[in-house]
Design a protein around this ligand. Sequence first.
Ligand code: AMP
Length: 192
Amino acid sequence: MSKRVVVLGPPGAGKGTQCALLAAARGLLHLSTGDLLRAEVAAESSLGQQVKAVLERGDLVSDDLVLAIVRHRLSLHQGGWLLDGFPRNSPQAAMLDDLLADLEQPLQIALQLQVPEEELVARLLSRGRSDDNEAVVRKRLQIYARQTEPINARYQERGLLQWVDGLGSVEEVAARICNSLDECAPSEETIC
Ligand code: AMP
């Protein structure tokens, strides 16, 4: 069965890695707003030029801009999907609700990856992305705590929120996510 999943968690929690594995294993669309924005920057498109400095500072780009990206991708897609990095604040979460109602694709699960802050900072600083220097990392974690974490309550109220321990090996976390999705058992060859 297709799944429609929002993957939540702070920067460095492993959302991108886990979504990529799960998407490949389950044939789901992995929609990462961060990846799409970085691709625009790398391509030096007009959108990329518009958002480059925002990404480098660790700030959020405009809600309307990311919503347009997500709307475009989801409306072209049939089947299940994983949203990675969106929604990032309450207005985006409300926009997503409206979009999914329009598309008649109700959300089925919101997965929250849990990782302690010291571990996040260590992971982010070892990653070497251009927005991963210490000052920017701290700012991104602060934005997460202030703007993104509060949206968990919205999904919890609707009984959609599942917490997953994000500490451990990639395979261990993948197995926990599979259990949460209640779909598949991990094996040695296939992550799930
Ligand atoms: P990520 O790869 O999800 O950590 O995103 C990297 C950067 O892209 C963020 O620090 C923001 O500048 C931007 N970004 C990604 N997703 C969003 C979003 N949903 N809303 C606003 N900005 C975003």
